[in-house]
Design a protein around this ligand. Structure first.
Ligand code: SAM
Length: 258
């Protein structure tokens, strides 16, 4: 694999059955504008164009952008396809109804959180292991800060798993097609958002330790303060056994103590 292939996650899907399965599971409708991240050689773009009202496709790689421009010349002229060359984490994203994409795995997490603000359903091909971490629930040994953060913002699940052998070049791991629906109501207040997520990430670094210890390790709250709320929460329980909501309750109680 070349450096560019690796950096830009250029593992292209070669199996049309998987493409059809994605389109079906994402329930792409004739009335919808679909956002695609990373058009690549256009296998998914082509299928989306057959179903949707319009496709907006963002591709970072200049060579692939030129390839897509040639391949879909007619659809671009007919304004059925809007091609944007640039980094999907930076470019301005026009209105869309749904995002369906085989995304570059290295930016899975920032991309999901960038698209969150649009409050639209997202259907993504991601690394299988990443997909599992997204949807693990508290108490599971794989429950991580990613799963906890995801549960605050999204409902969703793994739609189906995909073998690594349907990509070229063949990546190291298998993939999974996931559905993420941004939640209407988020428990987290805007003012707490950044601080709480950083707190959550911090305490999950040692998720098998009890929560009293992991909170103490953040250096944000003193032992005295934590002990003041010990009768309200089971502070001796291991960190990964708490849901994000419960941890937020603890955080808020500690925060009001100043
Ligand atoms: N859609 C194609 C397919 O299904 O075969 C390609 C998918 S490939 C996994 C990911 C694509 O995203 C590549 O074409 C790559 O060049 C592009 N890409 C990588 N980083 C990007 C970024 N930051 N913004 C937009 N596109 C990006």
């Amino acid at each position: 694999m070349t450096n560019k292939t690796k950096q830009l996650g250029q593992n292209f899907l070669i199996d049309n059955n998987i493409i059809n399965k994605e389109i079906k599971r994402a329930d792409v409708l004739e009335s919808q504008i679909i956002l695609e991240i990373g058009g690549g050689k256009g296998i998914l773009t082509e299928a989306l164009l057959q179903k949707a009202k319009k496709v907006i496709c963002i591709e970072l790689d200049k060579e692939l952008f030129v390839h897509l421009k040639k391949k879909f010349q007619k659809q671009i002229q007919a304004k059925k396809l809007q091609l944007i060359q640039g980094d999907c984490l930076d470019v301005q994203i026009p209105y869309f109804d749904k995002c369906v994409a085989n995304i570059p795995y290295s930016i899975s997490s920032p991309l999901i959180f960038r698209l969150l603000e649009f409050k639209k359903p997202m259907y993504f091909m991601v690394q299988k292991e990443f997909a599992q971490r997204l949807f693990t629930k508290r108490g599971d040994k794989n429950y991580s800060s990613l799963g906890a953060v995801c549960s605050i913002y999204f409902d969703g699940h793994i739609c189906f798993n995909v073998s690594k052998n349907v990509f070229r070049p063949v990546p190291k791991t298998d993939s999974a097609f996931v559905k993420l629906i941004p939640k209407e109501k988020i428990i987290l207040s805007k003012k707490d958002e950044k601080k709480f997520i950083s707190f959550l990430r911090h305490i999950f670094c040692h998720k098998k330790q009890n929560i009293k210890k992991t909170i103490l390790n953040t250096g944000l709250f003193s032992k005295e303060k934590i002990e003041k709320i010990e009768n309200e929460f089971t502070m001796t329980m291991k960190t990964y056994k708490f849901s994000a909501e419960e941890i937020y309750e603890i955080y808020k109680r500690l925060d009001v103590l100043g």
